[in-house]
Design a protein around this ligand. Structure first.
Ligand SMILES: *[C@@H]1O[C@H](CO)[C@@H](O)[C@H](O)[C@H]1NC(C)=O
Ligand SMILES: *[C@@H]1O[C@H](CO)[C@@H](O)[C@H](O)[C@H]1NC(C)=O
Ligand SMILES: *[C@@H]1O[C@H](CO)[C@@H](O)[C@H](O)[C@H]1NC(C)=O
Ligand SMILES: *[C@@H]1O[C@H](CO)[C@@H](O)[C@H](O)[C@H]1NC(C)=O
Ligand SMILES: *[C@@H]1O[C@H](CO)[C@@H](O)[C@H](O)[C@H]1NC(C)=O
Ligand SMILES: *[C@@H]1O[C@H](CO)[C@@H](O)[C@H](O)[C@H]1NC(C)=O
Ligand SMILES: *[C@@H]1O[C@H](CO)[C@@H](O)[C@H](O)[C@H]1NC(C)=O
Ligand SMILES: *[C@@H]1O[C@H](CO)[C@@H](O)[C@H](O)[C@H]1NC(C)=O
Ligand SMILES: *[C@@H]1O[C@H](CO)[C@@H](O)[C@H](O)[C@H]1NC(C)=O
Ligand SMILES: *[C@@H]1O[C@H](CO)[C@@H](O)[C@H](O)[C@H]1NC(C)=O
Ligand SMILES: *[C@@H]1O[C@H](CO)[C@@H](O)[C@H](O)[C@H]1NC(C)=O
Ligand SMILES: *[C@@H]1O[C@H](CO)[C@@H](O)[C@H](O)[C@H]1NC(C)=O
Length: 629
């Protein structure tokens, strides 16, 4: 069923059956806008919307004229990746804050989240979302539900960063996930606890399998076991061999649970930190026989990794220094992917997808000014396409709580949801760009072009589908309002002594991701459209879509594409590749606040039914460390 027909099906169902799903909002139209005293006096809560810190962009090295040739060949190119889809980049939502994002039960879904997922679906066909993280280790399901209509309760609150609280989960969280998938095409991973092998707590898997059915595509058993000693979930003598033995024991617990019929969709080993020197490399796990013993039970082979961290309270790293070293640096991005090349080959030989299950700019919340600025979008696009070029099948961007800078999207605190919308971070724009660059066919093969003599500030990629180059992604990480650091990519397809006739198209379509500077926070546009500033988004792009048609020189086989500093340009080499990536779904989910705003501008009312409810009362305690890595 198409999204549109599914939506109308849902609408018509609603008119006859009163107990079906209602996409509701608790935004009260009479409380919105600057005239509202609550709005005017409300304090700003949240790292992304409230932190005003803007870093200085890096100085501009000369691009020496800035014309770089790209020669593409019909039929494919050496070293192209395995085929991937526009759903390559998905999201990982920390379990302990997931109800604030998804909703507290199947009847109170968050329309803004639905819109954000619908945007992905329109471009990529579907989105992968994992609900889990460090907090999954302490999760226990309360089958009878939780008081005050909340899906998640944290009875203990700690301040110590390594302290893991007990996390109580209501089945309603899974019902919310299930109902989300009836409206938008989201496929789910659920994180299962592995903190206690003598008390495996299989109930979460039981409920997830029964409620989510085929929309449950993976169950992650254990999160970052290579940090278990550090995080005090195991003692100091815990080894990778112990892990493999224990994993088999807990697998058996699941296999003996008749309410968990499918034990072939596990995700493991989700190790993170061999590259950082404080954890295990995948080969150490493979050498214990892990894949030989459990390969048949795995739907995905998973690792997790963040390039750097902000975990050190006593001496935080300097984001201004991190920026050129790790983020505006293509060599550093390759160094993140290269160590996994052996494992991506092993996974391909086993016919298993290989997933970067959790990543983002920096663990422990990211960095102010870096994780929440355009830098993070430039990095995410480079890193995602780089992982694809190294034969990862998917990667999930982590979403944490209010104190995390790296969130692709952040809802307001629960007590402000009646008059504030969501803050959309730069990495969500990156997810849209990657989805469009890869498109929905599942045939996208990615190759790093080594553009501009492998310059670290100007990476470029080509995407092939069925043997033909269909899209080119060009990144310019410099900041130079004068225009002197713009570069021009000269794209040629075939011809030029390649032994092939010229296949350069007559025209190409270009869409730009733009910001005034690499460290800008809120003036990001994708194809001229935006999600606006802090607390400003209902999850839908606003503004008119702006694309550029570039006329190519077919006599000389050259399409000149200008890439401003900073920007990411996606060049659609064929009309089909553009049409596929723009999608066709038009269904969106209106919030009351959005309706009010739209009415003011004379836009039409919502398509769907709405039910305005009172603001939810539950307050989520802000536990910095436990919300995220
Ligand atoms: C939708 O939510 C309702 C209420 O929580 C629940 O009873 C129902 O099972 C959910 N449906 C799905 C498909 O998850
Ligand atoms: C594992 O987590 C559960 C639930 O939070 C907790 O009750 C239990 O004490 C933990 N076990 C260990 C060994 O950490
Ligand atoms: C439920 O809400 C009531 C009233 O706001 C509050 O007193 C109580 O502590 C809450 N219970 C839990 C378990 O959060
Ligand atoms: C660590 O735990 C294991 C298994 O529970 C136990 O056999 C071992 O003696 C412990 N080691 C230390 C150093 O406490
Ligand atoms: C790849 O991993 C396997 C399994 O750990 C190992 O035996 C092999 O030496 C590795 N190959 C390379 C090139 O690292
Ligand atoms: C934390 O920062 C302090 C001060 O910069 C430094 O001395 C210490 O080594 C850092 N600790 C870690 C674990 O990085
Ligand atoms: C970029 O990363 C490479 C590889 O880690 C490193 O050698 C180089 O110094 C980095 N560049 C900057 C400007 O830090
Ligand atoms: C990815 O896989 C393809 C197909 O097996 C292979 O040709 C290519 O070299 C791999 N890429 C990397 C970076 O390992
Ligand atoms: C709203 O919730 C936040 C925590 O999420 C709390 O710090 C703040 O004091 C609350 N404000 C009001 C007015 O209750
Ligand atoms: C650089 O790019 C910007 C943005 O597209 C454009 O306005 C400007 O004219 C360009 N400058 C040069 C010198 O090409
Ligand atoms: C960003 O946009 C705001 C309006 O949304 C504008 O006032 C501001 O000048 C812009 N900043 C830059 C650096 O362009
Ligand atoms: C292809 O040839 C034309 C003229 O023969 C030249 O202008 C152009 O730069 C060449 N392109 C590449 C990528 O070498």
């Amino acid at each position: 069923m198409s999204l549109l027909s599914r939506f109308y099906y849902f609408v018509s169902l609603l008119s006859v059956v009163s107990c079906s799903v209602t996409v509701y909002t608790n935004l009260n139209p009479f409380l919105t806008g600057t005239a509202n005293p609550a709005f005017q006096t409300a304090i700003c809560i949240g790292a992304v919307p409230c932190d005003g810190n803007v870093l200085n962009p890096i100085p501009n090295p000369s691009l020496n004229g800035g014309q770089f040739a790209i020669q593409l060949y019909s039929g494919g190119m050496t070293g192209m990746s395995i085929p991937v889809s526009g759903s390559f980049l998905g999201f990982s939502i920390e379990l302990s804050v997931s109800n604030a994002v998804l909703g507290n039960n199947g009847n109170t879904l968050n329309p803004i989240f639905l819109n954000l997922m619908a945007n992905m679906q329109a471009r990529a066909g579907k989105t992968l979302v994992r609900v889990g993280g460090n907090s999954q280790e302490s999760a226990t399901v309360v089958p009878s539900g939780l008081p005050n209509n909340t899906a998640i309760e944290k009875p203990q609150v700690g301040t110590d960063r390594t302290f893991t609280p007990v996390l109580l989960i209501s089945p309603n969280l899974i019902y919310a996930m299930g109902n989300i998938s009836t409206l938008v095409n989201v496929e789910w991973f659920i994180g299962l606890p592995f903190n206690d092998t003598s008390n495996p707590r299989t109930t979460l898997a039981e409920i997830a399998q029964s409620v989510l059915g085929k929309n449950l595509i993976g169950m992650q058993l254990g999160n970052e076991p290579d940090l278990y000693t550090t995080n005090q979930l195991r003692n100091s003598s815990y080894t990778v061999q112990d892990y493999t033995v224990e994993w088999g024991q807990v697998l058996q617990d699941y296999q003996q649970d008749s309410k968990v019929p499918n034990t072939d969709i596990f995700v493991a080993p989700s190790i993170c930190c061999g590259l950082s020197g404080n954890g295990w490399m995948p080969e150490q796990v493979w050498d214990t026989g892990f894949l030989t013993q459990y390969g048949n039970n795995l739907a995905y082979i998973a690792v997790e990794h963040y390039p750097t961290n902000n975990c050190n309270d006593t001496g935080p790293l300097d984001p201004e220094q991190q920026m050129p070293q790790f983020f505006l640096n293509h060599s550093a991005v390759i160094e993140l992917s290269q160590p996994y090349a052996n494992t991506s080959q092993i996974a391909a030989q086993m016919n298993k997808p290989f997933i970067m299950f959790e990543t983002n700019t920096a663990s422990c919340g990211g960095f102010s000014g870096l994780s929440d600025s355009f830098v993070s979008a430039l990095w995410t696009i480079d890193y995602a396409l780089n992982m694809a070029s190294f034969n990862f099948s998917n990667a999930l961007l982590h979403v944490g709580g209010q104190s995390d800078y790296y969130n692709p999207f952040t809802p307001p605190t629960t007590n402000q949801t009646s008059y504030r919308q969501w803050s959309i971070g730069p990495t969500y724009y990156a997810a849209l760009v990657v989805a469009e660059a890869l498109g929905p066919t599942g045939d996208a093969q990615v190759l790093d072009l080594g553009l501009n003599n492998r310059n670290d500030l100007t990476p470029g990629y080509v995407i092939y589908e069925q043997g033909n180059p269909t899209r080119v992604v060009l990144i310019n990480s410099l900041t130079d309002p004068s225009g002197a650091s713009n570069y021009t990519a000269l794209i040629s397809v075939g011809g030029n002594n390649t032994g092939q006739p010229g296949a350069t198209p007559a025209t190409v379509t270009v869409k730009y991701l733009l910001a005034p500077s690499a460290t800008d926070k809120w003036n990001i546009t994708w194809g001229g459209q935006t999600f606006g500033g802090p607390f400003a988004s209902d999850g839908r792009l606003t503004g008119d879509l702006q694309t550029y048609t570039v006329t190519c020189d077919q006599t000389n086989n050259v399409c000149p594409i200008t890439v401003p500093a900073p920007a990411v340009a996606v060049v659609f080499l064929t009309p089909e590749s553009f049409a596929n990536s723009q999608g066709s779904a038009t269904v969106t989910f209106e919030t009351t606040i959005a309706t009010a705003v739209h009415n003011k501008h004379g836009y039409r009312q919502s398509d769907g039914p709405r039910k305005v409810k009172r603001p939810r009362r539950t307050i989520f305690p802000r536990i910095r460390i436990n919300e995220s890595r």
